[in-house]
Ligand binder design. Structure first.
Ligand code: NAD
Length: 229
């Protein structure tokens, strides 16, 4: 029998970290072998693990990328709010190790992305496109990484015109609506996450997938086999 995949979880004490720990407990093929939170060294136990999963903060990106490339360990990062410099660090590290970077690991939102791309192509430029996203009051970045990714997917036809509206309040896990508004009709595509379990399960799926990949930067669409479709 294959031994379980050993994960170093960065941001383990956070909302997403706790959801990943709970999801991993139900998966015999995966074990959270080490954890790391703010103020703790990432590289202390990295050699003991097969893959690093990160749900922390964008200011941890440099340390994580250095530790992973030094130890040659694959990385799955769900952290959002990266600066252009932090994104460049991830791209640089992906020349050495395989990295899955995704602002949203849920299968539903990746299906929404797929639907949005196809709707956008069918509807053409006569439809205006707006994105509305809502998250809990503690979320640090706005707009959400998912909304920015959706805008990127739709941006080819509406460069500079697409507006993202952000709502912050209560304990909303994560809602995203894309509105295609035309003359006399509109389409609204909505995804609502009601539990962080969906993100956690997607991240663990990505962690199992990434260990067999060559160096490179991958998206959740690659993990799900949706890219190019
Ligand atoms: P949180 O504030 O609840 O938890 C963050 C955790 O990261 C804390 O335990 C903190 O100690 C740790 N941390 C912060 N800085 C660190 C550092 N420099 N080194 C090590 N650990 C550090 O946040 P959260 O709600 O769990 O979200 C975490 C991140 O994941 C955010 O960027 C959020 O937007 C993102 N997120 C992604 C997805 C997805 O599917 N990709 C889903 C939900 C949230």
């Amino acid at each position: 029998m294959k031994s379980p995949q050993r994960i170093l979880l960065v941001g383990a004490a956070g909302r997403m970290g706790q959801a990943v720990i709970a999801a991993a407990e139900r998966q015999p093929a995966i074990v959270i072998a080490a954890t790391c939170n703010r103020g703790e060294r990432i590289d202390a136990r990295i050699n003991d693990c097969g893959v690093v999963v990160d749900f922390s903060n964008a200011d941890a990106t440099q340390e994580i990328c250095v530790a992973c490339t030094r130890a040659i360990k694959p990385l799955v990062t769900g952290t959002t709010g990266h600066s252009a410099a932090a994104k460049a660090l991830i791209e640089e590290a992906a020349r050495v190790i395989p990295i899955v970077a995704a602002p949203n690991f849920s299968i539903g939102i990746n299906t929404l992305s797929w639907l949005a791309r196809h709707a956008s192509n069918l509807l053409g430029e006569s439809f205006d496109v707006e994105i509305v996203e809502a998250h809990h009051r503690e979320k640090k970045d706005a707009p959400s990484g998912t909304a920015k990714r959706l805008a990127q997917i739709l941006g080819g036809r509406k460069a500079g015109e697409l507006v993202i509206h952000s709502i912050r309040g209560g304990d909303i896990v994560g809602d995203h609506t894309i509105i295609f508004a035309g003359a006399g009709e509109r389409i609204e595509l909505t995804h609502r996450a009601s539990s962080r379990e969906t993100f956690a399960l997607g991240a663990l799926r990505a962690a199992s997938w990434v260990v067999d990949r060559p160096a490179g930067l991958y998206a959740m669409e690659d993990v799900l086999g949706l890219s190019g479709q």
